[in-house]
Design a protein around this ligand. Structure first.
Ligand SMILES: C[S@@+](CC[C@H](N)C(=O)[O-])C[C@H]1O[C@@H](n2cnc3c(N)ncnc32)[C@H](O)[C@@H]1O
Length: 248
């Protein structure tokens, strides 16, 4: 069992889908204030480079619209808007506190005319079919129990030949880097998080959820199972993160 302040909840392997969704909402509502800082600090600013790499792979072909699913505080949405001045960006997330933080960032960068962030669920996307050229989910799919549903919804809202991208924390292949990373995730990271957050259990959940995420081969098969074509995986930073790209 992992302790969450005064609460306790099962490890990822033991929790059912409904419990997991509740826990994910609880965790992100509790870390909102420190979320950006901890992302940069705990990843050594690699998260910034990984999002930039994702944005650099985007191809706008028809509608010049981008959908950022599980946008959190809007970092990927903002990177996209700053990189492609002709593109309109929408970001959705089901934790309103994260969305509110993101909206503050959009305003401070004066991008309100091209970036809209709002509440939305990845497994029930409110937009019509074929609305966006590109959709992406960064560090979000790991937290969604019904990954096929979320990927199908993302596929539905992009145009034919549009891109679906998934950026996610993964484990390196077995060997030195995997052992080092596992030690960092399970031994070091929760202790570091304890100094900065009221809810260090959120970072124990993080380690647990990364270790239980499908392998690269398994995840590519999930992408193909929802009908995506030309699926590929690009390992980043010794494979601690992977960028997956598929096409409709
Ligand atoms: C680790 S954060 C990633 C945020 C952001 N994409 C980034 O790059 O920093 C994961 C986000 O996924 C959101 N999330 C998880 N499941 C979701 C769902 N079913 N629908 C919408 N958002 C979801 C959480 O609320 C949280 O803000």
């Amino acid at each position: 069992m992992i302790e969450l302040q005064n609460k306790e909840y099962p490890s990822v392997k033991e929790m059912n889908d409904e419990q997991r969704i509740g826990i994910v909402k609880d965790i992100f509502a509790s870390v909102t204030d420190k979320y950006d800082f901890l992302n940069r600090f705990l990843s050594g600013r690699r998260d910034v480079a990984w999002r930039k790499r994702t944005v650099s792979e985007m191809d706008f072909i028809k509608t010049y619209r981008f959908l950022d699913v599980a946008t959190g505080t809007g970092d990927l949405a903002l990177d996209c808007a700053n990189t492609y001045p002709d593109v309109n960006v929408t970001g959705v997330d089901f934790v309103q506190d994260m969305v509110d933080k993101g909206i503050e960032k959009v305003s401070s960068q004066k991008l309100d005319d091209r970036v809209e962030l709002k509440w939305g669920d990845a497994t029930q996307i409110e937009f019509d079919d074929n609305t966006f050229d590109v959709t992406a989910i960064a560090f979000g799919i790991r937290n969604i129990p019904d990954k096929e549903k979320a990927l199908s919804e993302m596929k539905r809202v992009i145009v034919d030949n549009g891109q679906l991208m998934v950026l996610e924390l993964t484990t390196p292949e077995p060997g030195f880097w995997r052992n080092t990373y596992s030690f960092y995730l399970n031994g070091v990271l929760p202790k570091l998080a304890k100094w900065f957050t009221k809810n260090p259990a959120a970072y124990e959940y993080l380690a647990d959820s990364i270790m239980n995420f499908p392998t690269r081969r398994e995840f590519l098969m999930i992408m193909e199972s929802v009908g995506l074509k030309n699926c590929k995986a690009i390992p980043l930073t010794f494979g601690v993160c992977t960028l997956y790209i598929g096409q409709k």
